[in-house]
Design a protein around this ligand. Structure first.
Ligand code: HEM
Length: 446
């Protein structure tokens, strides 16, 4: 198909996607998105980086997201869930309908603010906190900003040619200033906190981060020059991508999950029961270990990510002419490949009755019947989401904290059937998702 005048290669076939993302990855190493570190320092982040530069930085950042590091940050997530419960408590007392996306966006902003910047954003307490406002601005796609965002993914050359930065100046200045202040404060006061910022400061100072046992990205580390350090603005760009990639995708996932749980009360009850049973075995305490035992929760989240992948399509840019196996077609150098994962994940050929929310599609038995590349909410291969564990962990903590204490139903302000907003980059609902909740008397605040 064509985007403006540019040909792009649209792939639906799972086996070909597998080749492009894994076996023949060397032809398709980049996302093909906009990057210009000189005029737009925040664009110099991992998602946009290309070739060897990306490979080296990915190798450096990968150890930041091992399960060991997730365990280390777990308490920060639990602390933020206390405030989430306080907000829900207020809402339930007032018997009012509430916009769940807004509350969860504030929850994930507080988590990422704390883990990435080491700052208490307090956006759950104060919906107009500075971080929340800048977070909203990044995803505001109106007027010229909408055109720039569209070009950044479809024709980055146009922006490069005219030297146009994608990120707004006020957003750039805010994030650069906050990061520099935080780094300087920590270095001059010798502060070591269990968060991403600390790990990134270590990289800036050329201290190699230990890899966890579960890290399977060794092949990327081999040959990467892990010894080179991050500059201050490179560090800021990575904090920025953790922030924007971290709060919106996760709050979107949790929002859609709550929508389906409210629409399917039997699933909601079953999940609540699992949460209660497992927490009982752990003396009522929410721990990392307890969360990893919640297998029905995994199924519910996987099914949510199937129906509503927050990033609805994936891209790769071809860097060397690639002959498509078993065809006479060649993908030319510079061509962008698009994988429409929303379409694939709602294809009745792979998921019969695709609009039905059915967590059992993700039982081991049912999963084994499908091609693995028909479920791609985090992408796949060396370029897949670096922080999927962290994204899922945020979702799980929110689900435990809220389902343990409240019962959720749909409010009539939620449009039925849901309408997806065509103007947003990540999947979002027109008019948002409105719920009501009732406090459960047997619930205990964690
Ligand atoms: C449910 C939550 C999340 C979803 C659904 C999600 C989805 C994705 C997807 C689809 C990609 C592109 C993968 C590809 O092209 O194959 C991606 C990349 C990325 N994500 Fe996530 N993400 C989530 C959470 C997070 C979080 C919490 C962070 C950071 C703290 C994060 C940071 C990144 C980064 C840095 C990349 C670029 C990786 C690279 O190019 O090497 N994501 N994510």
């Amino acid at each position: 198909m064509y985007i403006l005048t540019k040909p792009v290669f649209l792939v639906f076939e799972p086996e070909l996607i597998k080749n492009i993302f894994t076996k023949d990855f060397q032809y398709f190493t980049d996302h093909g998105s906009y990057i210009n570190e000189e005029i737009d320092p925040l664009s110099g982040q991992l998602f946009n980086m290309k070739g060897l530069k990306w490979k080296n930085l990915r190798a450096k950042l990968t150890p930041t997201f091992t399960s060991g590091k997730m365990k280390m940050m777990f308490q920060i997530l639990v602390d933020c869930s206390h405030e989430l419960n306080n907000v829900m408590d207020q809402v339930s007392k007032g018997n009012e309908a509430f916009d769940i996306k807004d509350i969860l966006g504030r929850f994930t902003t507080d988590i990422i603010g704390s883990c990435a910047f080491g700052i208490e954003c307090n956006s759950l307490k104060n919906p107009n906190s500075e971080f929340r406002n800048y977070g909203r601005k990044v995803f505001e796609v109106k007027g010229f900003q909408a055109i720039k965002t569209m070009l950044a993914f479809t024709s980055p050359q146009i922006l490069q040619f005219f030297n146009i930065p994608v990120n707004r100046k006020d957003v750039t200045n805010f994030f650069l200033d906050v990061v520099e202040e935080t780094v300087n404060y920590r270095e001059s006061n010798n502060i070591a906190r269990k968060d991403f910022m600390h790990l990134l400061i270590q990289l800036k100072n050329n201290i190699k981060i230990e890899e966890g046992q579960n890290d399977n990205l060794k092949q990327i580390n081999d040959g990467g020059e892990v010894g080179t350090s991050l500059t201050m603005s490179e560090l800021a760009a990575q904090v920025f991508v953790f922030f924007i990639a971290g709060f919106e995708t996760s709050s979107t996932t949790i929002t859609f999950c709550f929508y389906e749980l409210a629409a399917n009360p039997d699933v909601q009850d079953k999940l609540r029961q699992e949460i209660k049973d497992i927490l009982e075995k752990h003396d009522g305490k929410l721990s990392y270990e307890a969360i990893t035992q919640m297998t029905y929760m995994d199924k519910c989240l996987n099914e949510t990510l199937r129906k509503y992948p927050p990033v609805p399509f994936l891209t790769r840019e071809c860097n060397t002419p690639y002959k498509v196996p078993e065809s006479d077609l060649t993908i030319e150098n510079g061509t962008v490949v698009i994988v429409p994962i929303l379409g694939i994940q709602r294809n009745p050929e792979y998921y019969p009755n695709p609009d039905k929310f059915d967590p059992e599609r993700f039982s081991s038995e049912n999963k084994a019947k499908r091609h693995a590349f028909t479920w791609l909410p985090f992408g796949e291969g060396p370029r897949a989401c670096i922080a999927l564990r962290f994204g899922l962990l945020q979702a799980k903590v929110a689900l435990v904290a809220l389902l343990r204490n409240y019962k959720f139903t749909l409010n009539s302000r939620t449009k039925s059937p849901l309408l997806l907003d065509p103007r947003t980059f990540t999947l979002a609902v027109e008019g948002s998702v409105w719920l009501e909740c009732e406090k459960l008397t047997s619930g205990t605040i964690i």
